[in-house]
Design a binder for this molecule. Structure first.
Ligand SMILES: O=C(O)C1=C[C@@H](OP(=O)(O)O)[C@@H](O)[C@H](O)C1
Ligand SMILES: C=C(OP(=O)(O)O)C(=O)O
Length: 429
């Protein structure tokens, strides 16, 4: 349950980046030597990836929460597991591991929870098959049965959708392939896989929207400093924008340019967001964000921003619902195949709180105005649940959020951190 609040104040350090944490585990696992990860996300998605790698013979130590020591087994050191490998709720975990496991000598089965079991996997299994992999799906959905022992060869692949998960799955398989694997994207996506490969000493050519590597090299263990997750910071950014009198500081947030579309979108809407102490950590730009309340107005969102803010749309829907005027979002059909159909989940939830929203196949038209109290279903989707926690800050009455246990997939401790800066969240009975 989320209640209307007074101004939000204080400093927040959100947990480590989910994308970087998944990748650090995987590259650490198949590197030669010992990788030390700091700022690791102790979320259910990344814990699922760690547990799978453990079943494949990788040893981890946890000297303290947020820290992992990964004892790499080398490129060919993983061993098969008779158990189904459970990725939980994590699309990133399943799609990247599909690429990694396609190149192994043993068979593997990747399974997921109810939400992940509905998500499309042909986007990775089809191009992996072009590389010579043999993967059975359940009509394009999980489970994925990956047959080991395939001889992979490099391809040049142009994914039809901009997706860092597709690109990363192919690059991971490309480590085991003969020849060159190249991915040319319709729009550049987050480049953590490329930058981490480089940091682990694998030769790779990349520039925004294109990456190319050759199989048969060696990964050398490296230390990884994980930045605070921009996608988790997004809920606090929108919250401080919309609650009158608020000012919040968000420490050490990762500002990979392929992640920060929400900042551009909110600034177009009139937001006041200052970027301070910009620095580099682990090859990534990080900075402190100071977000001060400012009245927002509706916008027609430029479509080129969409891939750079893909996971932040649920939070943006809330900003649009309380802005002055109409916001139009187009070109965001990918939202329909995330942990839930995020266009439908947000449109239905906002309508249940009195907002005027028209769904479009690839977006929505959101007419700003006030929100009333309401009862919404987050469909087990962490980002929907946290977005309505933000909406409750400015709604006339409380917003009851159902089916929200999955918040811990990406943001363990969200409720405590949020209440510490002025949210009024209480657990459902
Ligand atoms: O590569 C990644 O770590 C991710 C890529 C994005 O998915 P797509 O590749 O499906 O766009 C994003 O939505 C997801 O949360 C994390
Ligand atoms: C889409 C997301 O993650 P994944 O695809 O890894 O499930 C997300 O975290 O919003």
């Amino acid at each position: 349950m989320s209640h209307k609040s007074g101004p939000l104040h204080g400093e927040v350090t959100v947990p480590g980046d989910k994308s970087v944490s998944h990748r650090a585990l995987m590259f650490g696992a198949i590197a030669e030597g010992v990788t030390h990860i700091r700022g690791f996300l102790e979320g259910e998605d990344t814990l699922a990836t760690a547990s799978i790698l453990g079943k494949l013979g990788v040893r981890f130590e946890t000297p303290s929460p947020g820290e992992r020591i990964v004892h790499g087994v080398g490129l060919h050191g993983l061993r098969g597991s008779p158990d189904a490998l459970d990725c939980g709720n994590a699309g990133t975990g399943m799609r990247l591991l599909a690429g990694l496991l396609a190149g192994q000598a043993f068979d593997s089965t990747l399974v997921g929870d109810e939400s992940l079991s509905r998500r499309p996997m042909r986007r990775v299994t089809d191009p992996l098959a072009q590389m010579g992999a043999s993967i059975d799906t359940n009509d394009g959905k999980p489970p994925l049965r990956i047959h080991g022992g395939a001889r992979l060869h490099g391809v040049t692949y142009r994914p039809p959708v901009a997706s860092a998960q597709i690109k990363s799955a192919l690059l991971l398989a490309g480590l085991y392939a003969e020849g060159f694997t190249e991915v040319v994207e319709p729009h550049p996506t987050r480049d953590y896989t490329e930058s981490m490969l480089k940091a682990f000493g694998w030769p790779i050519d990349y520039s925004p929207g294109r990456a190319r590597l050759e199989g048969g090299h060696v990964l050398h263990a490296a230390n990884v400093d994980v930045p605070a997750d921009f996608s988790s910071a997004a809920f606090f950014i929108v919250a401080a924008c919309i609650v009158p009198g608020s000012s919040l500081r968000l420490n050490g947030v990762g500002l990979n340019p392929r992640r920060t579309g929400l900042l551009s979108a909110l600034r177009l809407m009139g937001a006041d967001i200052a970027v301070e102490n910009t620095r580099t950590s682990g090859g990534e730009t990080i900075a402190d964000l100071v977000v001060t309340h400012a009245p927002l107005h509706g916008v027609s969102l430029p479509e080129e921003i969409v891939p750079d803010m893909i996971d932040e749309f649920p939070a943006l829907f809330v900003a649009a619902a309380v802005a002055d005027g109409t916001t139009t979002i187009r070109g965001a059909a990918e939202l329909r195949v995330k942990e839930s159909d995020r266009i439908a989940s947000m449109a239905n939830g906002l309508k249940a709180c009195g907002a005027s929203v028209d769904e479009l196949p690839d977006g929505a038209v959101i007419r700003g105005g006030g929100l009333r109290s309401g009862s919404i279903d987050s469909h087990g989707d962490h980002r929907i649940a946290m977005s309505f926690a933000v909406a409750g800050l400015v709604a006339e009455g409380p917003i009851a959020i159902g089916d929200c246990a999955n918040v811990a997939t990406s943001f363990p401790g969200f409720m405590e951190l949020a209440n510490g800066v002025g949210f009024r969240l209480e657990p459902a009975n």
